[in-house]
Ligand binder design. Structure first.
Ligand SMILES: [Zn+2]
Length: 119
């Protein structure tokens, strides 16, 4: 199990990441609104506007997903179940947690999980 200090450090990382994502999402919403406010002169502009919004939307979705995982990880830290694999209950190595603090699975289960998703 990661020790108290390691957990505190990881929690700080998670909270910081959460704030960054929230700022990003708010920022890109503002960008889209700004784009929509601009006068659309012809179809080309409109196509660009739509594809920009689409890309922004994809990024926002991805970040919302990450945000959810971060919140789950913070909850787990608080209830003491953080750092164990959700599938096989093995302790997730600290190196992996440092690289991905919201990791839910150990490396082996992650591979299994990803293979399942691709089917
Ligand atoms: Zn596992």
């Amino acid at each position: 199990m990661p020790n108290r200090q390691q957990i505190n450090e990881l929690k700080d990382t998670l909270i910081l990441r959460k704030e960054t994502i929230l700022n990003n999402i708010n920022g890109s919403r503002a960008n889209i609104d700004q784009l929509k406010d601009q006068e659309i002169k012809d179809d080309l502009d409109y196509a660009e506007l739509v594809s920009d919004s689409f890309t922004e939307g994809m990024i926002a979705n991805h970040q919302l997903d990450e945000l959810k995982q971060i919140e789950e990880a913070i909850k787990k830290i608080d209830d003491g179940s953080y750092g164990t694999c959700a599938m096989c209950s093995v302790t997730i190595p600290i190196g992996r947690l440092k690289a991905k603090p919201f990791a839910k699975f150990c490396t082996e289960c992650r591979t299994v999980y990803e293979n399942e998703q691709m089917k």
